[in-house]
Design a protein around this ligand. Structure first.
Ligand SMILES: Nc1ncnc2c1ncn2[C@@H]1O[C@H](COP(=O)(O)OP(=O)(O)OP(=O)(O)O)[C@@H](O)[C@H]1O
Length: 439
């Protein structure tokens, strides 16, 4: 159960309590709130968060809260007292006694309520896993902005990734230190490695994108353009949490997608030097180059126990994907919280068909609509196996991991992210059947 804060206000102080709660909404959001009846009713109209109602003060609600303090259920009590209207009150005395005996913070006026809010805010410990070499920006300057934005709202512990100590190990250590929040700052490689240690836990993952493509941040709607660092910090400060799916590919974490064939070759061609020079354009240039070189390969796909064979130029299995991941857009934009993987197979019969199939995928990506060509197959499934002949390179969340075969399984709701609320895409198609294809 989340830690609990109790809120009580005499009638003359109810407006002050409402203003206090509105001002500290993101902070209070992280706690379970209980309040005496009329205070709860007033607050409920103003803040969008469940508030458990006790009895009204006159009916003994403050005694109920005192009992919860004694039972160790309460982290802090804020009781805005109107001494002029209510000079002495047994309920207040009971609460004071309970809080003194059990060492629970008790605020009786606004100044001490603010002091409690400050200390609760700083009691939240966020671990920032920071890749100092991601992207093309100025890491020192980025870190300065992150600290300026986040440190007033939480205690921030910064860990730098190195070639020897990666994000997974740093995140593991942060989890052992009971982190309240983990923030990954770097490219998709860094975010994916941090997510690895968080899959299946309830510890929220904040993301400050500083890579070249920042595909996961884009897929979650975290702003990555104009003032990306400040905007991403604002998303973290707003604190909206959202469960999304994760996946495992041959035992490795997958938050975005696995690309076989075309995509893997393209990512390999967009090397560090090209990305430093051209930024995201490096992927587009590499894509055009690979387009001329891509050969069809024999592919065997197993979905729900059914195996189908065909020749493909690309197979992409996506958990989440931004519109720029064109090879993953067979059914329109992948949904990160549907409990399913989106499989897109490009199986052209001729080079000409391959060109128009790719153009169609680009269109689908831009318009967020499904494709409508028979050589592009899309389906949704929880689990998929892909074998190819000859073995094809596999790129997983932007990193080359070797060659086929791959076995991928979705972990529904496996990751708690801090991200803006999800938007639904009405133009999506769904289906889980592998159609017949020419061999
Ligand atoms: N201190 C460091 N020095 C050198 N390399 C590092 C360091 N820390 C992490 N790395 C390397 O950074 C890579 C991950 O980079 P990440 O994906 O975060 O950024 P990026 O490559 O700039 O992003 P993108 O993939 O979008 O281009 C890993 O290969 C990792 O080994």
């Amino acid at each position: 159960m989340a830690a609990t804060i109790a809120l009580i206000a005499h009638d003359g102080k109810k407006d002050a309590m409402v203003n206090f709660a509105k001002k500290h909404r993101p902070l209070l959001n992280r706690y379970r709130l209980i309040a005496t009846q009329t205070t709860a009713e007033r607050l409920q109209l103003e803040i969008d968060q469940p508030i458990e109602q006790m009895l009204s003060g006159t009916m003994g609600g403050d005694f109920q809260i005192a009992a919860k303090v004694i039972e160790g259920e309460i982290s802090a009590v804020i009781f805005l007292v109107d001494l002029l209207a209510t000079p002495s009150e047994p309920g207040l005395q009971a609460l004071q006694r309970a809080c003194i005996l059990h060492d629970v913070p008790l605020a009786l006026n606004l100044s001490t309520a603010e002091a409690i809010a400050d200390s609760l805010r700083l009691a939240r410990i966020a671990h920032l896993i920071f890749n100092p070499v991601s992207g093309q920006g100025n890491a020192e300057e980025d870190l300065k902005i992150i600290k300026q934005q986040l440190e007033p709202a939480m205690t921030l512990r910064v860990h730098f990734t190195t070639l020897e100590i990666g994000p997974e190990q740093l995140t593991q250590k942060a989890m052992e230190a009971r982190a309240d929040l983990i923030i990954a700052s770097g490219g998709d490689g860094t975010v994916s490695a941090v997510a690895d240690a968080l899959i299946g836990t309830d510890v929220p993952l904040g993301i400050i994108p500083r890579g070249t493509a920042n595909a996961f941040a884009v897929a979650l709607g975290i702003p990555s353009r104009l003032t990306p660092i400040r905007s991403a910090c604002q998303v973290i400060l707003n604190g909206n949490t959202r469960k999304v799916d994760a996946a495992r590919c041959n035992g490795l974490p997958m938050i975005l997608l696995a690309g076989i064939g075309f995509e893997a070759e393209m990512v390999e061609k967009a090397d560090r030097e090209a990305k430093n020079r051209w930024g995201a354009l490096a992927y587009i240039m590499a894509g055009f180059q690979q387009f001329n070189e891509q050969e069809l390969f024999e592919t065997e796909i197993e979905v729900e126990g059914v195996v189908k064979k065909f020749h493909a130029a690309a197979v992409t299995i996506a958990n989440a994907a931004p519109p720029s991941s064109v090879m993953a857009q067979g059914a329109g934009e992948a949904i990160a919280h549907d409990g399913l993987l989106d499989v897109t197979i490009v199986a052209p019969k001729t080079d000409l068909q391959a060109i128009s199939a790719l153009a169609n995928l680009v269109g689908a990506a831009l318009l967020k609509t499904p494709t409508n060509r028979e050589e592009i197959i899309s389906l949704q499934t929880k689990r998929v196996k892909v074998m190819t002949n000859p073995p094809q390179k596999v790129v997983l969340d932007g990193e080359n991991i070797g060659t086929t075969p791959v076995e991928i399984e979705c972990v529904p709701g496996g990751l708690t992210t801090i991200a803006p609320p999800a938007k639904n895409n009405p133009n999506r198609e769904t289906g889980n059947e592998l159609p017949e294809l020419g061999k």
